[in-house]
Design a protein around this ligand. Structure first.
Ligand code: BGC
Length: 372
């Protein structure tokens, strides 16, 4: 994806564009069969398919519930499916195919593996179905009409900056700081975007000697966490501690999400070492508690409610044959086309700003307040 080549300056420009108002595009302008169909609209009680990946983090669990309730409230029939934990890719392919056959008018997809859905989304396009990639881009196919997500490169940049800020605050000594890097699952299109966003901030500090990756593992392939599984992150942290931190102190860890952050912290605690500065993402309940207890350093608020609301809004626009709101038509090249996207703004959360960051998320605000 071209996204990974973007500079911070370009992102600022895009952010400014987003602030000045979003552009729209006619559903029929995508050049696909789906677009032409959607320009005419469809029945207000049509079936909308939602295909979500396995429940690797709380945001996916919440999204299923919000889609089921929100689509029904908007008058649609909701067909919300999760890919099962085993045979996940093939099962998700089957689920999407069944939604096409079942007459869904729009299919919203949180891909398990965004590189392996081209046959299914092309079948959807041929049947006049509009495909919206949700949170994770679907790659190497023209048959994706829209992408709706938080700005994932910015998520990575915020994580990188949080790691630097946390080290300055907590390491208890001047630079250089010893750190390790973790990234997400290789089958998730978001994983390199998060990692490259973080490295956009961290690489210059590695180059100038402020940060030292003691293991030497700085390539994404070396840092990957298969399936986003916490046990894989914990095992890698265990082995890094043994191989590289016999006498060295570990000051910080770049973790791409909360589930992995907690696994990394468990590993360090198990080894009887002080907890380093650890980043995260998703604002999972256990991590928000950990942050308030001063253990995990940061997370990201990517409010799932807002992302689902935006997706349902797009469905409503398609249903009426109206223009679909997008605010980015440049960044998300999936290898075959630049997918028109609606990007939401992620927010960094530390103990310091948690109350403010969750001002509109009552359940998390309540947790934060219980520590104040
Ligand atoms: C999502 C993250 C999530 C990860 C694991 C990513 O694609 O954007 O929010 O932590 O998947 O589920």
């Amino acid at each position: 994806m071209k996204k990974i080549l973007l500079t911070a300056t370009a992102l600022v420009a895009v952010g400014a564009f987003a602030l000045t108002g979003c552009s729209s595009e006619r559903g029929g302008d995508t050049g696909s069969g789906a677009g032409e169909e959607s320009a005419k609209g469809f029945a207000a009680d049509a079936t909308i398919g939602v295909a979500l990946p396995d429940k690797t983090s709380e945001n996916w669990v919440l999204a299923g519930q919000l889609f089921t309730d929100g689509l029904k409230k908007a008058g649609f029939k909701a067909d919300v499916q999760y890919a099962p934990a085993s045979n996940t890719v093939a099962e998700q392919q089957n689920q999407i195919q069944a939604m096409v056959t079942g007459g869904a008018k729009v299919i919203i997809i949180g891909a398990k593996d965004g590189k392996q859905l081209s046959t299914q989304v092309e079948a959807a396009r041929d049947a006049g179905v509009t495909v919206i990639a949700y949170d994770r881009l679907i790659e190497n196919t023209e048959a994706v009409d829209y992408y709706v997500a938080f700005d994932n490169f910015k998520v990575g940049q915020l994580q990188g900056q949080a790691l630097l800020d946390g080290l300055a605050e907590r390491a208890g000594h001047e630079a250089p700081y010893n750190i390790e890097l973790f990234s997400g699952s290789p089958d998730d299109a978001n994983a390199p975007v998060f990692f490259n966003g973080a490295m956009d901030v961290l690489q210059p500090k590695i180059d100038d000697g402020t940060l030292k990756v003691v293991s030497g593992q700085t390539e994404i392939a070396q840092t990957a966490t298969e399936g986003w599984k916490p046990e894989n992150a914990q095992r890698r942290m265990d082995s890094l501690l043994t191989s590289s931190y016999g006498s060295e102190t570990l000051d910080g860890v770049l973790s791409p999400n909360d589930t992995l952050a907690r696994a990394i912290i468990t590993s360090v605690q198990g080894a009887g070492k002080p907890v380093p500065v650890v980043t995260g993402q998703d604002s999972e309940v256990e991590s928000v508690k950990s942050i308030m207890e001063g253990v995990q350093y940061s997370t990201i608020n990517k409010d799932t409610t807002l992302l689902v609301e935006q997706s349902i809004k797009m469905v409503g626009q398609l249903q009426k044959g109206e223009e679909v709101d997008v605010n980015d038509t440049e960044q998300y090249d999936n290898g075959k086309k630049v997918v028109p996207a609606y990007l939401l703004d992620p927010i960094i959360v530390t103990k310091e700003n948690a109350a403010e960051a969750y001002a509109n998320v009552p359940s998390l605000l309540e947790i934060v307040k219980s520590y104040q």
